[in-house]
Write a protein that binds this ligand. Structure first.
Ligand SMILES: *Cc1c(COP(=O)(O)O)cnc(C)c1O
Length: 236
């Protein structure tokens, strides 16, 4: 695990990358937020993020959220947790009880389960719909064509607040592949807003290696792990 000083240094460099990317396409640099991704790192990483002033962290496994969130140090941190990884229905209860937002909602079945667990504890849960905007067979996420139906269903659910869309670009050295995926997500969002007359402000897209492309395509939230915390600790 890196030191807090190193983490601060990485944050400064990341903020510079974001500022440069924003400047290149004429966006205000505060129009893109950074979500530090703490998966595979110990709870120290969440503590660093909190100390630096981030409002939330991203984790991709519910079990890992439970372990960190419920730990003595985790439960005292004033920070929101967001789930960014695939969610199975049998883990929904544990997730809903702990996270402020689920970015990986990709089916009606999942929406149903989230809504019913949220209702049980009287908590409105914020969500993003995860879309497979890069048509990648290796990725989770709803197909672009089925997204209107998924959104319509989500909007019918009490205790669920849809705030936007999320995608993960296909892994490809050619960053134009990522750009196409991000453009697809942005266009889809624009079309859905018109069709449903419902605001979908959040576009969660871009990671350590493709964040400049994401910013160029309108990302409002980049999810960054490796660039901030170093290589992942897969033994955790
Ligand atoms: C791990 C992960 C990230 C962060 O990826 P890095 O390349 O380490 O920045 C972003 N989004 C999701 C969904 C992830 O699982």
């Amino acid at each position: 695990m890196i030191t807090y000083e190193q983490f601060c240094e990485n944050c400064k460099q990341l903020e510079e990358r974001v500022a440069n990317a924003c400047e290149k396409c004429g966006r205000a640099c505060d129009s893109v937020r950074i979500l530090p991704v703490t998966k595979t790192h110990p709870v120290d990483a969440v503590e660093y993020a909190s100390r630096y002033g981030f409002a939330s962290v991203g984790e991709n496994r519910v079990q890992e959220i439970v372990e960190k969130f419920d730990s003595e140090r985790g439960c005292n941190l004033k920070i929101d947790w967001e789930l960014i990884g695939h969610l199975q229905t049998n883990k929904v209860k544990n997730a809903v009880e702990r996270v402020a937002r689920i970015q990986s909602v990709d089916s009606q079945k999942l929406l149903n389960k989230i809504a019913s667990e949220a209702e049980k504890i009287g908590k409105t849960i914020r969500v993003l719909l995860q879309i497979n905007a890069g048509n990648d067979p290796a990725k989770f996420g709803e197909d672009v064509a089925n997204t209107p139906a998924l959104l319509e269903y989500a909007l019918s659910k009490k205790y669920i607040k849809v705030e936007g869309l999320m995608t993960i670009a296909p892994l490809d050295e050619n960053l134009d592949v990522a750009s196409r995926c991000f453009e697809n997500l942005r266009n889809l969002r624009d079309n859905l807003q018109t069709q449903f007359k419902y605001p979908l402000p959040e576009l969660s897209m871009g990671m350590s290696d493709d964040l400049e492309r994401a910013v160029e395509c309108g990302s409002t939230m980049i999810r960054v792990g490796t660039f901030l915390f170093g290589k992942r600790d897969y033994t955790l």
